[in-house]
Design a protein around this ligand. Structure first.
Ligand code: ZN
Ligand code: FE
Length: 255
């Protein structure tokens, strides 16, 4: 039984620590800082074996070097972000099958936020580490790629099963919810129910992560570019799916 610990880091980042009690391997996803990871590992008496990065931004990789120095662990990172992630043991590409603490994982190349951005999907556990590609009720800003690339990246995520649990890179959910409320929802009751749950969690200072992908497909405006009723409600039914994605992403950029 894989254990997953959520660490709050920096202002609104999440770092995930995975532990396999049988083979004793421990991995960290996107250590934007090292100290909170070290603190958790010491508390649990776990020894870090692997670091996995989703993309090269500092708030996801800044803890890499200190953790490698301290634990002599292996670093796995996206091939196309290689110029910005150094001392990596293994660069991975779309479609690669890798091992994450004894579980088979698939690498999804999801360019847009950065050129190399990848997500890690563990089918047996039905979990996705989405980095800064998909957030709850939002998606990453497009810094290095194009709208077309980001939309194709989200297509790959949409194709995963509804009962996939998503672990994303940031706690942006409440501000994303405010943007959603500025749009027209044909299923506003579902959105409002979800926002109520989100506010409850945040009032108790709890993460709104992980979340089910199936619910995102119904509520996240950046996953609804093929959703006819949502497009009609927002007067974009004449746009194709990429144009629709671009329309909502641009609205959010200027929100
Ligand atoms: Zn980022
Ligand atoms: Fe980030």
């Amino acid at each position: 039984m894989t254990q997953i610990e959520i660490i709050k880091a920096l202002s609104d980042n999440y770092i995930y620590v995975l532990h396999n009690p049988i083979n004793k391997q421990t991995a960290v996803i996107d250590p934007g800082e090292a100290q909170p990871v070290i603190d958790l590992l010491e508390k649990k008496d776990w020894n870090l074996s692997h670091i996995f990065n989703t993309h090269h931004h500092n708030d996801h990789v800044a803890g890499n070097q200190r953790l490698v120095n301290k634990y002599n662990c292996k670093l796995i990172a996206p091939k196309y972000d290689q110029n910005n992630i150094h001392n990596c043991d293994h660069y991975v590409l779309d479609g690669d099958e890798i091992d994450i603490i004894g579980q088979k994982a698939n690498v999804l190349h999801t360019p847009g936020h950065t050129i190399g951005h990848i997500c890690y999907y563990i089918e047996n556990l039905k979990i996705l580490f989405s980095g800064d590609t998909l957030f709850r009720l939002g998606c990453g800003r497009i810094f290095e790629g194009t709208f077309e690339q980001m939309k194709s990246s989200l297509d790959k995520i949409i194709n995963l099963p509804d009962d996939t649990l998503v672990y994303c890179g940031h706690e942006y959910t409440l501000s994303n919810a405010n943007f959603c409320k500025s749009l027209i929802y044909n299923n506003i009751k579902d959105l409002d129910a979800s926002i109520l749950e989100i506010k409850n969690l945040r009032n108790q200072n709890k993460p709104t992560i992980p979340f089910f992908l199936g619910q995102e497909k119904k509520l996240n405006p950046f996953l609804r570019y093929n959703d006819v009723n949502f497009k009609i409600a927002n007067n974009v039914e004449k746009l194709n799916s990429t144009e629709t994605f671009k329309y909502f992403r641009k609205l959010k950029d200027n929100y």
